[in-house]
Ligand binder design. Structure first.
Ligand SMILES: [Mg+2]
Length: 210
């Protein structure tokens, strides 16, 4: 049974993440993309966003090796900003603890996130998420629905995607997965508060699977 979770806004958040993304690209490209350039990007994953910015700036798509260099530059930015004694991420404690209960009940859990591989691993560790969660980061030439399909292919289901944004629900709809919202940004879906206690997440998952 594959239960998939978005990370940013769902299990916690890292203030100022987009500024770090721009700084990482500034290092690689010699000039940071502007807030406006970033805001018109259509995708919800780092691959999609950086690929679109690259096309707009250089007239051609991103290569996987270049994406890897971006991953490492972005990871260095996050490590410098959120290291010990520096800025702290906000952790949705109840939901993060609920993951442990779900794992102990035999569910297979996936982090399906728009972050690059290095940054997703860093964030999972910084939020002290259970290390048994499997990670599906943003990968070359894949959108968020494609990432959900990777978890679905590895596990016969039933499935569920828990996320905080419309693009999460749209990806879930595209692959036929039920969706559970965290917070108020996705009206019309069953939802949990970011501050919900662990038991509420466990109950909500049980309701979906009933
Ligand atoms: Mg999110």
């Amino acid at each position: 049974m594959a239960l998939c979770f978005d990370l940013d806004g769902t299990l916690g958040h890292f203030e100022g993440g987009y500024a770090l993304l721009r700084a990482a690209l500034g290092e690689l490209w010699g000039e940071e993309p502007t807030v406006e350039e970033l805001s018109v990007c259509k995708g919800s994953t780092d691959w999609e966003i950086v690929d679109e910015l690259h096309r707009n700036r250089f007239g051609e798509g991103l290569e996987a090796a270049h994406y890897h260099r971006y991953d490492q530059a972005c990871l260095a930015q996050f490590t410098a900003a959120f290291g010990v004694g520096l800025r702290q991420p906000v952790r949705h404690d109840g939901l993060a603890e609920g993951l442990v209960t779900l794992l102990e009940r035999g569910h297979r859990l996936w982090l399906v996130s728009g972050n690059t591989p290095g940054v997703l691993a860093f964030k999972a560790q910084a939020l002290v998420l259970d290390s048994r969660l499997e990670q599906v980061p943003s990968l070359p030439h894949r959108n968020r629905a494609d990432l959900l399909r990777l978890a679905m292919e590895a596990d016969p289901g039933p499935h569920l995607y828990v996320g905080d944004r419309r693009h999460d629900r749209e990806a879930a709809q595209e692959v036929g997965m039920p969706f559970l919202a965290v917070g108020d940004a996705v009206p019309g879906s069953p939802k949990l508060s970011p501050d919900a206690p662990a038991e509420r997440l466990v109950e909500a998952v049980a309701e979906h699977l009933r």
